[in-house]
Design a protein around this ligand. Structure first.
Ligand code: RAM
Length: 365
């Protein structure tokens, strides 16, 4: 650290103490005096203040290993870049290591070697809730904090799970969009998912099925769940397979960014375009052309980078002793402001955004 940075850091620390004392003297609970380690002002919060940070400040120099479901998936890459950003802001370092496929146990050997490197935290999107559980428990027994993001592991194998939105909320939005894209809300639909073992997609499909069983959705019939394994080519072929196996199909619902893009690409040049709709979860940037040509009237997502950023802050808060992962714990997550741990160690980013012809040009991720 240069002399300039060191003395600047000292001044920031002195200023923070002086201001904290002033705030305490006033009996004010507002915590807007902190400066993040990057020098950027942390988000203003209005709950808790010093009490919310009872465990102390973020430790500098923390290390983490971030593991995506698989390398090369743009969603996972964007998410992990958010985790790296969070650690950088806190004066630490997060390194990305991941498998080349999203198979159930592809992450296990990588997690084993990650433990040997003794990072402060491991943050991962689990490919299978149970396959990774023993190795994650081993990590926790060695004082490595474990956070899952995007796709959870068994709850006793991690301390915190960053959920992009509530599982119920995502399942609900998938059901609603399916009804919206099928004329009159009546007809056959198929799901094109990621891998058969993915915790996140399976949870969303479970909620979708529950909704479809209610009178509101009685016009829709789910005829098949196909798996494209978050592989573009396989998802493309599965789309073709669904269209030939189910001639009366009216929509493909793909709760995966890889699957929806492949399905939309296939349908956009197919004679079935216009008869079979595409919806699900996708990137606005990848789906823009398919919204404009009518292949997909509506789909949803959240910002994956924010999921990873929140995961990075949660991992650093655990490693710094600011939170333990218990319900009601709070921590400051940089530009995302103060966040709270809910039931079962879950931290929710926020509601998904729906994209249509009206708003798609406003998003660039
Ligand atoms: C794919 C992955 C990821 C999921 C998104 C919506 O990129 O399966 O886990 O959250 O889609």
């Amino acid at each position: 650290m240069s002399l300039f940075h060191r003395s600047r850091a000292l001044w920031v620390a002195v200023l923070a103490i002086v201001l904290a004392m002033a705030v305490a003297a006033c009996g004010d609970t507002k915590d807007d005096t902190e400066t993040s380690s990057s020098g950027a002002p942390a988000a203003t919060t209005d709950s808790g203040g010093a009490a919310a940070n009872a465990g102390g400040d973020y430790r500098r120099g923390l290390t983490a290993i971030v593991m995506p479901k698989q390398l090369g998936n743009p969603y996972e890459e964007l998410e992990d870049s958010g985790t790296v950003e969070a650690f950088r802001e806190l004066g630490g370092n997060a390194t990305i290591e991941g498998p080349t496929d999203a198979g159930a146990s592809s992450q296990v050997p990588l997690l084993q070697s990650a433990i040997q490197k003794e990072p402060d935290a491991i943050i991962l999107a689990a490919n299978d809730p149970n396959a990774v559980a023993p190795v994650l428990k081993q990590a926790m027994s060695r004082d490595i904090r474990v956070v899952t993001q995007d796709s959870d592991a068994a709850p006793d194998a991690r301390q915190v799970f960053i959920n992009q939105a509530t599982t119920e909320g995502i399942g609900e939005v998938l059901a609603r969009m399916s009804k919206e894209v099928v004329p009159g809300g009546r007809g056959e639909i198929a799901v094109l998912s990621a891998t058969a073992n993915a915790t996140n997609q399976n949870a969303w499909i479970r909620v979708l099925r529950e909704r479809l069983a209610t009178p509101e959705y009685s016009g829709l019939r789910l005829v098949k769940v196909a798996y494209g394994d978050d592989d573009d080519q396989k998802s493309f072929q599965e789309t073709q397979g669904l269209l030939s196996a189910y001639p009366n199909l009216r929509a493909i619902v793909a709760p995966t960014t890889v699957g929806i893009a492949a399905a939309a690409r296939y349908l956009s040049t197919s004679p079935k375009q216009g008869r079979v709709a595409v919806t699900g979860l996708g990137f606005p940037r990848q789906m823009k052309a398919f919204v404009k040509d009518g292949t997909s009237r509506v789909f949803a997502l959240w910002n994956p980078k924010d999921v990873g950023y929140l995961g990075g802050y949660a991992a650093a808060a655990l490693a710094s002793g600011i939170i333990t992962g218990a319900e009601g714990d709070t921590f400051r997550a940089g530009r995302l402001g103060e966040r709270e741990v809910g039931a079962n160690g879950e931290v929710v980013l926020g509601p998904p955004t729906e994209f249509t012809r009206e708003n798609i040009d406003d998003f660039d991720f």
